[in-house]
Write a protein that binds this ligand. Structure first.
Ligand code: RP5
Length: 160
């Protein structure tokens, strides 16, 4: 069973979801990707969300675009942390997805990352898991060190 379950509203969201999945794989976290729609399969989403904790899931990443209610709909039925990943849509460049995901009512939080921010969604999930996993915590520290070094190297290369 996956520690992080990534749910996307449509298979058309796969490229966005894959960026989060790739980060989780890079950190050695068990992850899965499934299609489930808040609007088209509401019964399945409710069953999925209400049973996630008992399946051993620790974090859920919900990927959706347009009227993107998936993350909030999942958060309504679980106490697990839910990360919302808004998809860049064709008509409003993802502003519709962003607002539909982030503007949750009090009591039902969704930790929303940037439009198309798959990498950060994956990293945020890793950071949550690292709170109780020393090995992951060390990997995150190394990741930060590498990122820092990369910027320092860029600065050396670009001397105009
Ligand atoms: C949302 O509507 C999905 O998350 C997707 O981003 C968007 C369009 O879905 P499709 O019409 O491509 O299936 O539910």
């Amino acid at each position: 069973m996956a520690t992080v379950e990534i749910i996307m509203g449509s298979k058309s969201d796969l490229d966005t979801a894959k960026a989060a999945y790739d980060v989780l794989v890079e950190f050695g976290v068990e992850a899965s990707v499934r299609v489930m729609s808040a609007h088209r399969t509401p019964t399945e989403v409710t069953e999925f969300a209400s049973g996630a904790k008992d399946r051993g899931v620790k974090v859920i990443i919900a990927v959706a675009g347009k009227a993107a209610h998936l993350a909030g709909f999942i958060a309504a039925s679980t106490t697990l942390p839910v990360i919302g990943l808004p998809v860049k849509s064709s008509f409003m460049d993802g502003l519709d997805s962003l607002l539909s995901t982030v503007m949750m009512p009090s009591g039902v939080p969704v930790a929303t990352v940037a439009v198309g921010g798959g990498q950060n969604a994956g990293l945020l999930a890793v950071q949550m898991l690292a709170l109780s996993d020393g090995n992951l915590s060390e990997k995150l520290a190394l990741y930060k060190q590498k990122m820092r070094q990369s910027v320092l190297d860029s600065n050396k290369e670009i001397q105009l």
